[in-house]
Design a protein around this ligand. Structure first.
Ligand code: UD1
Length: 355
């Protein structure tokens, strides 16, 4: 029997972990979960374990927040002992956060095999911490589990084709399952005080948008000028930076509330007329739910959403407010992110390579 050790730490990684943990349990694969503690607020962490039926972490490194070097270094220092103790066949890392890089680096230095789930994504924007994390993780890893054909092509360009396998996107697995199990979606919009089809959901949390006071002010001003209600689900990083810059998030069409639990987010996005975001995951979730997305970034890793007409990239300003009000694009049945079997293909790939 195999032993797989998953390293997670930030909100989107818990979402990706859910279908992998369920599939490992179904197959009787021993699965060790290490939580780095990068995200520690209950609404960014514990609720995902509870709502998505993920077993409690076996190990919690409790690193908390800090600068990139401080945070990544603290994880690295604590990971070594964990990997040595559990002696896994595979260390599985997810996405592009500091927790991803720390897990990969620690494993490769201890000569343990590393698999990177969501490999091959590129923004080619070297100002993004996520871009450093994903490039370095891909080049350190032994097995690259890519979500899309585009990601496979990036890996081939970097000479990594032999280590790459297309497995699809595990976020599709979890989204389809959660949507099919939503007990009462109308109750979610009612609880949020929203009228289905008449509001947009917004999230802004990336350093590029939050850390420059002028850019953040421009994003907020544009959201306040959208011609229909916008509910901004405020990540703690956004609240912290807005307070630091003396910026009031409320006003005009804009109201804020705390981040939502995953099933509530799915219900809220499904019933929305649009999404405005700088999150990678939410761009895809909007596409899978066929809700038009407006992305406040200069590039996206999820180029399929743009090519299929369901996502547009904008700068903060009048362009943003106009894009948020645009009509639905033509329907599509394209499935660039797979059909919900990516976790199974991930476990197949781990079993195949280990023989
Ligand atoms: C991290 C990831 C990003 C991912 C995002 C998802 C990196 C470099 N970035 O960004 O790729 O899209 O998670 O949410 O790994 N904070 C809290 N409570 C928490 C966690 C954070 O208040 O539970 C606040 C702190 O002020 C902290 C700030 O948010 O300094 C930033 O947190 P951090 O983990 O550094 O990065 P994120 O912005 O969450």
């Amino acid at each position: 029997m195999q032993r797989v050790l998953s390293v997670v730490g930030a909100r989107p990684q818990f979402v990706k972990l859910a279908p992998v943990a369920a599939e490992a349990a179904r197959r009787g694969v021993e699965h060790v979960i290490v939580h780095t503690g990068q995200h520690y607020d209950p609404m960014l962490s514990d609720v995902f374990f509870a709502d998505l039926g993920i077993p409690d972490p076996d190990v919690h490194l409790e690193v908390g927040s800090g600068g990139h070097g401080e945070q990544t270094g603290a994880m690295l220092a604590r990971m070594d002992g964990v990997i040595t103790d559990y002696d896994p066949d595979w260390v599985l890392v997810y996405g592009d956060t500091n927790s991803t890089l720390a897990g990969a680096l620690s494993a490769v230095k201890l000569h343990r095999r590393v698999a990177h789930l969501e490999a091959g994504l590129r923004s080619y924007n070297r100002r993004m911490p996520e871009e450093h994390n994903r490039v370095m993780t891909d080049h350190a890893a032994d097995l690259l589990l890519a979500p899309t054909e585009v990601a496979m092509a990036h890996l081939a360009t970097e000479g990594l084709a032999e280590r790459s396998v297309l497995v699809g996107d595990v976020m599709t697995d979890v989204l389809l399952k959660v949507r099919s199990e939503l007990a009462d979606p109308a109750a979610v919009t009612a609880r949020l005080g929203l009228v289905p089809g008449e509001y947009s959901v917004a999230t802004i949390h990336r350093a590029e948008n939050t850390d420059d006071p002028r850019r953040l002010a421009a994003v907020v001003a544009a959201l306040q000028r959208v011609d229909h209600p916008v509910v901004l689900l405020a990540h703690p990083r956004l609240r912290a930076r807005a307070a630091q810059h003396g910026l009031d998030l409320h006003g005009g069409s804009l109201t804020t509330r705390d981040p939502l639990a995953y099933p509530d987010l799915v219900a809220a996005v499904d019933a929305a007329r649009g999404v405005v975001t700088d999150s990678g995951g939410l761009q895809k979730e909007a596409f899978l739910l066929r809700t038009p997305c407006t992305t406040v970034r200069t590039e996206t890793e999820w180029t399929e959403t743009v090519e299929l007409g369901w996502n547009v990239l904008v700068e903060p300003g009048p362009e943003l407010a106009a894009a948020a009000s645009r009509d639905q694009p033509p329907a599509t049945d394209a499935a660039p992110y797979g059909t919900g079997d990516a976790a199974a293909r991930t476990l197949d790939a781990l079993a195949g390579v280990s023989g």
